[in-house]
Write a protein that binds this ligand. Structure first.
Ligand SMILES: Nc1ncnc2c1ncn2[C@@H]1O[C@H](COP(=O)(O)OP(=O)(O)O)[C@@H](O)[C@H]1O
Ligand SMILES: N[C@@H](CCOP(=O)(O)O)C(=O)O
Length: 315
C-alpha cells in the first residue's frame, strides 16, 4: 500500500515590510523537534483523519483544514478515489503567527498531489494552497504558504512567488507566548483604507528591503525592517509585545517585529551570543505558559520535505 508523508516548516508572514507579500520559512537551531506539521496520506474508506503531536489537542473536533484539503483535492483532481486515511502530526501552535494553518495546508496538499502522482504543477499547487489558507484566515494571502512550500524568503509577485536572496548570517529569534490570536480577528483590526503617506512609506520600505537583499546590503536591509501598515493596529492587542520589543532593542537586536499576525514576536541579530541572551529574556518575560516556545532560527533553505513508502500488505 502506498503512503506519502510531507513535512512543511513553520513560517513568518509579513517580515515587517511585506504585509501579505513577504514571508520566510524557519528552521530552529539547537533543537531536534520538528518545527512544522507532518501530513501522511494513505488509502482508506471514506475520508478519515487522525491527529497527534504536541498541539493536536487544540485542534477543532470538526472542520480540520486537512480534511477539507482532501475533499477539495479529490473533487477536483481524483474523482475516482474511494477514500483516504490521513494523519496530521500537529507540531505548531494554533493561532500563533507561525503559519500553523498554512503548514497543515501545505503539508496536506503537497502530500495529496504526490500521492495521486503529481497532477498539479508547482504553481497550480501554490494557488490551491493560497485558496485553502484564505478559507481559514478570512482572505487569500500567500506569505505563509509560499515559504512553507518553497523554503527561504519568498516575495509574492502578481503571478508567482519569487525567492529573495536574504542574509545567511542573520539569526531570527522567534517567541510564541502560549496564547492564541486568530488571524481572521487580527486582520479585522486593520483599516480598510490607508493614508497616502503610509502607502508611500510602505512601498518605499518594501522596495528598499528587496533592493538591499539583492545588493546584499545588510545595514540598509536592517534599517528599513519596520512595519508601518499592520503593527500600529495590532501591537496593543498582543500582551507584553511592546515592552519586549523595547527590551530587545536595548539589548542590541537590529530589528524586532510581529511574526505574521502574532502573538509570536521575531527579532533579528547577527551575533549568536546575543540571540541566546534574547532567547533567555523572552523565555522568562514573554512566554506565559507551558505551551509557549522560544527558538533561535535560521531561514529554512528547504520548504516541504517528502517521505514516500510502499507498504507491503500482510494477509
Ligand atoms: N490543521 C489545522 N491547523 C491549524 N488550525 C486549524 C487546522 N484546522 C483547522 N484549524 C482552525 O484554523 C484556525 C487557525 O488559523 P489561524 O488563525 O490562521 O492560525 P495560524 O496563525 O496559526 O495559522 C483555528 O480556528 C483552528 O481551529
Ligand atoms: N499576512 C498575514 C499573515 C498571517 O500569518 P499567521 O501566521 O498569523 O496566520 C497577516 O498578517 O494577517
Amino acid at each position: 500500500m502506498k503512503s506519502v508523508s510531507v513535512y512543511a516548516p513553520a513560517s513568518m508572514g509579513n517580515v515587517s515590510v511585506g504585509f501579505d507579500l513577504l514571508g520566510a520559512a524557519l528552521e530552529p537551531l539547537y533543537v531536534e523537534q520538528p518545527f512544522g506539521d507532518v501530513v501522511t496520506v494513505t488509502a482508506g474508506q471514506g475520508i478519515s483523519l487522525e491527529c497527534r503531536g504536541d498541539y493536536a489537542h487544540f485542534l477543532p473536533k470538526q472542520g480540520n483544514i486537512v480534511e477539507r484539503c482532501a475533499e477539495r483535492f479529490i473533487e477536483r483532481h481524483a474523482p475516482q478515489c474511494q477514500g483516504l486515511a490521513l494523519t496530521l502530526e500537529k507540531n505548531l501552535p494554533i493561532g500563533s503567527g507561525l503559519g500553523s494553518s498554512a503548514s497543515s495546508v501545505v503539508a496536506a496538499l503537497a502530500a495529496l498531489n504526490r500521492y495521486f502522482d503529481d497532477p498539479l504543477e508547482p504553481q497550480q499547487l501554490l494557488q490551491f494552497m493560497g485558496e485553502l489558507e484564505g478559507e481559514i484566515s478570512g482572505s487569500v494571502h500567500f506569505d505563509n504558504v509560499a515559504p512553507s512550500y518553497l523554503g527561504g524568503m519568498q516575495l509574492m509577485l502578481a503571478d508567482d512567488a519569487q525567492p529573495l536572496p536574504c542574509f545567511d548570517n542573520w539569526y531570527w529569534l522567534v517567541a510564541y507566548p502560549g496564547i492564541t490570536l486568530s488571524t481572521a480577528k487580527m486582520r479585522a483590526l486593520l483599516p480598510s483604507d490607508v493614508p497616502m503617506t503610509t502607502t508611500i512609506g510602505f512601498g518605499q520600505q518594501l522596495a528598499t528591503f528587496v533592493a538591499a537583499c539583492y545588493r546584499q546590503d545588510e545595514q540598509q536591509a536592517l534599517a528599513v525592517l519596520n512595519d508601518v501598515l499592520a503593527e500600529p493596529h495590532r501591537a496593543a492587542h498582543i500582551p507584553g509585545y511592546q515592552a519586549a520589543k523595547l527590551q530587545l532593542q536595548q539589548l542590541g537586536f537590529e530589528a524586532v517585529g510581529i511574526s505574521g499576525s502574532g502573538p509570536t514576536l521575531f527579532a533579528v541579530c547577527r551575533d549568536e551570543q546575543l540571540a541566546k541572551q534574547g532567547a533567555d529574556y523572552l523565555q522568562t518575560h514573554y512566554v506565559t505558559n507551558q505551551y509557549g516556545l522560544v527558538r533561535v532560527c535560521r531561514l529554512a533553505r528547504q520548504g516541504v520535505q517528502y517521505m514516500e513508502h510502499q507498504l507491503n500488505a500482510v494477509n
